[in-house]
Ligand binder design. Sequence first.
Ligand code: ADP
Ligand code: ZN
Length: 731
Amino acid sequence: MLLPYPFAGAFDYACPASPALEPGDVVLVPLNRRAEVGVVWDAPDGLPADLLPPGAAPVPDGKLKPVSALLDVPRMPASLRRFVDWVAGYTLTPPGLVLAMALRINAAQPLPVTTGWVRSGSNSVSVRSTPARNRVLQALADGMPRGTAELARLAGVGSGVVRGMAEAGLLREQEVAAAPSFGRPDPDHVGPGLSADQERVAAALRGLVQARRFQAALLDGVTGSGKTETYLEAVAACLAEGRQALVLLPEIALSSQWLQRFQRRFGVEPAVWHSDLGSKRRRITWRAVAGGEAPVVVGARSALFLPFPDLGLVVVDEEHETAFKQEDGVSYHARDMAVVRARLAEAPVLLVSATPSLETLTNVETGRYRHLSLSVRHGGARLPEVAAVDLRDHPPERGRFLSPPLIEAVAGTLHRAEQAMLFLNRRGYAPLTLCRACGHRIQCPNCTAWLVEHRARRQLACHHCGHTEAVPVHCPSCRAENSLTPIGPGVERITEEARTTFPDARILVMASDTLPGPTAAAEAVRRIAEREVDLVIGTQIVAKGWHFPGLTLVGVVDADLGLAGGDLRAAERTVQLLHQVAGRAGRAEQPGRVLLQTYSPEHPVMQALVAGDFARFMEREAEQRRPGHWPPFGRLAALIVSADTAEAADQAAAALGRSAPTGEGLQVLGPAPAPLAILRGRHRRRLLLRTRREVAVQPILRHWMTAWRALAPTVPRSVQVDVDVDPVSFL
Ligand code: ADP
Ligand code: ZN
């Protein structure tokens, strides 16, 4: 019996004679005088015996506690059980913690009855019809009852509109059957006609789905080439096969346009899965997936752990996105685990991106993945023209951040009544506050990080631990008054500058702290698409796959921003992000233009963006990583040691260093202070294990951890060691 807790393995319980339990059954069992949910497990739990806790010897049959109850919950499919084992083994996580992700419901509770809005059908109501109200009525055209929040999001209106319509008698409340509230996507619903290029790729994708075998494939193609429309044909083929499809999106809260397109193609919305779902919705969705009533799920990385009985296709959209890497709790990369999930389900997996990761490109090169490509933008739209603005030749005015060429370009765009976007991947007003009198820099009390000024909230905030404080009047160090000055820009400061430079422009700011939640984001996107906005200023939110036909100019305020620091993938990531941002420009008839403000236009990243030569850039990246066996040409695992005091952290890190593995084809780097040497008050040190590709890191890490635990009695209690296999962040 596997329980959703960090035990080293499964426990034995006495099974009732009837009903006979089978692997995957969800049951209640006694544990420490409480009833806990567990799953009947049927395989070795992936942890070797040397890691079992002392005293975990088998219990004699007579002493086993009995299972309390079999729950009325669908059995967990074998492919998911094997996936849980696999993820646990690969990430060196106790299998129960991975199971906890797969049991993301309180399974023991009955499904709730709930209500939603439908059209009242009453003609006697005389209320003004507005575009917003019409959209609400349209969203209810299929007769399916929908809750206020969902309806508002679907229709792209505020929830006040829905409530107003209810008061006016246009909507009436109806009970929703507790069971699935998911419509059946219709694969034969008329979608957009595909171009010849798209149809060629779609046919290949259908073939992959119909083969009902594991196969990984990369679908790449320039931004706006119709990758989404094309892979929806693979989803259609999967539905026609009677199997379920899973689509992973990096940021599901920002996917209103994607959901609308799905609806256009299939006539209904798919089931949505992410960690912010209400508990009711979560339970309904989980059961609908298990029962096969939710044929298509679109979700965040945690959707990989849903109990699909018959998964026939997995799609990972924007596969290069780092948002797919989970770093707290179980550290896993959802893109890589999606491939494993598909293999265990004997289904194809499709990785989609305009700028694929070097990992995926390498798998294509070695023939492990198939490669499908769309080469032109749909509907004859041209790719934007990208140019660098050398800030050494065109400096902004003192205390400002927009250079004359960029200002001129924005002004021209606004003058032509087209839309412009300014991109800066930094929230807040200024990333650093400095005392002009004594040079003091205001730091977070808990982290090795500067506090970021958020002027609208009159606060300084730490973006690592969430600490906030009021902006002080006196310098905390020399007590000088009015000497504190903001250094560098965040989007708030760029917005301030834009308001004075373009006083007539209607400006919209898009950042995770100004758009809390999917409804606000969907509303912002609607306003841009409907041309209620002239100038969009935003952080990486604006880089998502949005389609804004009126947007013709993108200005990148600081193209060098992501290149600082010694991160292995800094250059790759910057190219991907900036290419994605650039791809927002010129998606319809009007051609687009992109300006990159930079101090190093000669940098290969800028050259690649200007030349639009992503392939050449990635070849160069590969050449740089190959000789040193850096990923994907070798393997990496990070060990992060943290402790209450610097001494304890140093001591523990040194002990880990002494017990480090040695051998052919492997190397341990460190210990060294982590770049974030203090985080949330904990002192951090890092070690890195690098091996050749053919060396499996997990057995090495297990031995290392065992050797380290043998030293544990001499190690201070506050010390914690976190293992991150295939690390993405090097903080
Ligand atoms: P990508 O995912 O490659 O960036 P999208 O799938 O978002 O491209 O397509 C870009 C735009 O072109 C979208 O608005 C999409 O609806 C439209 N589009 C793509 N292919 C077609 C098609 N065959 N018919 C009509 N519209 C299409
Ligand atoms: Zn902090």
